[in-house]
Design a protein around this ligand. Structure first.
Ligand code: FES
Ligand code: FES
Length: 153
């Protein structure tokens, strides 16, 4: 598969989940493993440009496909505005949910550059945060929407 524009080839058992492949075989521990039951959304990555919970996908199913993880969110010239928004608006506390939140938020803004608060909440509704109460996460995404070309930091 291709991960963050790099071809990665490994032999794995058929039962290996994509989230474990990314963390344990590819060394990309930015994708978090929170529940393994498709509830928390900490494991969200993009599969061919669409957000998926990587605990619901077998690594073998991703063979030949393109994966993007939080490690691939940063732009060549600096942080993505979503990352900057989470910094500016304190969109995280422990940070466990943050990679998944950011991947889904970037996808939302790529498809809907000016989402309302309700639309942000709906888009992130498949992901749980046990710290923030969500308000600052929503503010962070709105910040990114309002600063789409913010100078890199
Ligand atoms: S680890 Fe995938 S949804 Fe929780
Ligand atoms: S910041 Fe702790 S779970 Fe979201």
């Amino acid at each position: 598969m291709t991960i963050n524009d790099e071809v990665v080839t490994r032999e794995v058992e058929p039962r290996v989940l994509l989230v474990h492949f990314l963390r344990d075989h590819a060394g990309l521990t930015g994708t978090h493993w929170g529940c393994d039951t498709s509830n928390c959304g900490a494991c969200v990555v993009w599969l061919d440009g669409e957000p998926v919970k990587s605990c619901t996908v077998l690594a073998a199913m991703a063979a030949g496909h393109e994966i993007r993880t939080i490690e691939g969110l940063e732009r060549p010239d600096g942080l993505d505005p979503v990352q900057q928004g989470f910094m500016q608006c304190h969109g995280l506390q422990c940070g466990f949910c943050t990679p998944g939140m950011m991947m889904t938020s970037r996808w939302l803004l790529d498809h809907h550059p000016d989402p309302s608060e309700a639309e942000i909440r709906e888009c992130l509704s498949g992901q749980l945060c046990r710290c923030t109460g969500y308000d600052n996460i929503v503010r962070s995404v709105r910040w990114a929407a309002e600063h789409p070309t913010k100078e890199p930091v």
